[in-house]
Structure formats: C-alpha cells, structure tokens
Write a protein that binds this ligand. Structure first.
Ligand SMILES: [Zn+2]
Length: 113
C-alpha cells in the first residue's frame, strides 16, 4: 500500500489534506474538507487530480504529487478528470455571470435578494 498526502488551500482560507492510498480494494483519494468527510467529490480533489497545483501548499512535494498522479490506476480516468475540471470551471464562470445578471435585473424590479 502506497500512501501520500498533500495540503491544499481551500476557498475560505482553510488548509485541507488530500490523501492517496492503495489497498486490495483499490485506489482511494480522500480530502479532510467538510464535503470530503461527507462523502462528496470536492473541488480540492478534482483540482489536484486534474493537475492544477495552484492551491498546493507543500510546493516541495510537486515531484511526489506528479509521481502519484502517474500511478497506473489513474490512466483509465485521466482524460475524464481533466474534462470534468474544465466543465466545472465553465459552470463556475456561468454561475458568476448568472449571479451578476440576476442581481442587476432583480434590483431593477424590486427584488431585494
Ligand atoms: Zn476537499
């Protein structure tokens, strides 16, 4: 069983730990954030798995992280991870635009929220 862990910065300034383990049951990637603890696929893992290291806190571990992401277990899903992250970023951008437009229209028609 190989084990590695990496610290990432969350959007609220919290530091989370992403862990990689291999066992007979298979590959497991965990995150210490609230969503991760609740069994949800959080953004921290998506970002790191997609090769975006911008929120990685322990920069000295980049080489180790790249080695982990090259584990053969990731090969069948590598393309999907990257596409998923690209789709998520597009959704985020559309959400920002939607929110801005809604505020603009809402305030013009007397809606406070
Ligand atoms: Zn997380």
């Amino acid at each position: 069983m190989k084990i590695a862990d990496f610290k990432v910065l969350g959007s609220e300034g919290d530091i989370y730990e992403i862990g990689f383990t291999q066992s007979p049951e298979g590959l497991k990637v965990t995150c210490s954030c609230k969503a991760g603890q609740n069994g949800m696929f959080c953004r921290h893992r998506m970002q790191l798995l997609a090769g975006d290291f911008s929120e990685l806190q322990d920069k000295e571990k980049v080489v180790e992280l790249k080695a982990v992401l090259n584990w053969e277990e990731f090969n069948p899903i590598k393309k999907d991870i990257i596409e998923l992250y690209e789709v998520q970023k597009k959704i985020d951008e559309l959400d920002r635009i939607k929110s801005k437009l809604k505020k603009s229209v809402a305030s013009a028609i007397g809606i406070k929220k």
